[in-house]
Design a binder for this molecule. Sequence first.
Ligand SMILES: C[S@@+](CC[C@H](N)C(=O)[O-])C[C@H]1O[C@@H](n2cnc3c(N)ncnc32)[C@H](O)[C@@H]1O
Length: 274
Amino acid sequence: MAPHRRINISSIARTTAPGAARTTAERPRLRAGPYRGAVAAETEWEDEAENWIRWARTEGHDAYWAYRTSFFDRIVPAAGAVTVELGCGEGRVSRDLRDRAHHPIGIELSPTLVGQAMAADPGGRYVRADASRLPLADGCCDLVVAYNSLMDIADMEAAVAEAGRILIPGGRFCVCVTHPINEAGRFDSRAADARFVVTDTYFGRRRFEATEARAGLTMTFRGWSYALEEYARAFERAGFLIERIAEPRPDGSIADLERWHRLPLFLHIRAVRP
Ligand SMILES: C[S@@+](CC[C@H](N)C(=O)[O-])C[C@H]1O[C@@H](n2cnc3c(N)ncnc32)[C@H](O)[C@@H]1O
């Protein structure tokens, strides 16, 4: 990783222009829903912020807890000088990065979520900003992480391009997204041997909206589904070279995820900016 002296973070802004919003995490039963328009899209995560905070902070409730070790151990490189996390939400990934000796700057569009991230981690750095229009200098970091956020950023391609712009040469872009294959359908139950039914079109970019209620918590997820080719094209246009792709299995810490040993729930990607 690059030494600290090559990093210029002097132009980080305190506030930001609006961008867009929606969601992710273990994607529940996906149902196509109406696209509510660009203006509504900007507030979607803010509207769900309180639900998301409860969802994300209830340990073991969503799949994050069963997949994070694989992401941090197999995808994320050793800590360098500055890590930028795109779409940090209430901050759990940035906090986990800090626990692993990284120096993250969490970028988040929702004011409530970025405020909660700051409150939970007073020594951390969090900026309210649109990931597709980052208020950060070219070459200001050596690692960008986007954990379950590329599906939720209205202009996914612009966010990938921004990751390329703010990375130094040799910097890495580490991504977790819902695996494109499972966006094309759903399991017909939560059983280990449940049938996976293809209900949708795999190709292209599709809008989704789904509400999941489980164990006393409710969350409405909204965003976009992409084919693998759409992500690959965004990386290619931004000048990235993909150096690792992983289809992680759950680590066994959550009993309800056995079916995801038969089909990938998430896709992990590590790319390098040449
Ligand atoms: C599923 S959450 C993931 C949060 C966190 N990375 C985690 O895994 O717990 C996706 C986040 O992306 C944020 N987001 C969506 N569009 C954004 C944008 N244009 N710029 C910055 N953040 C955005 C949402 O507000 C939300 O907090």
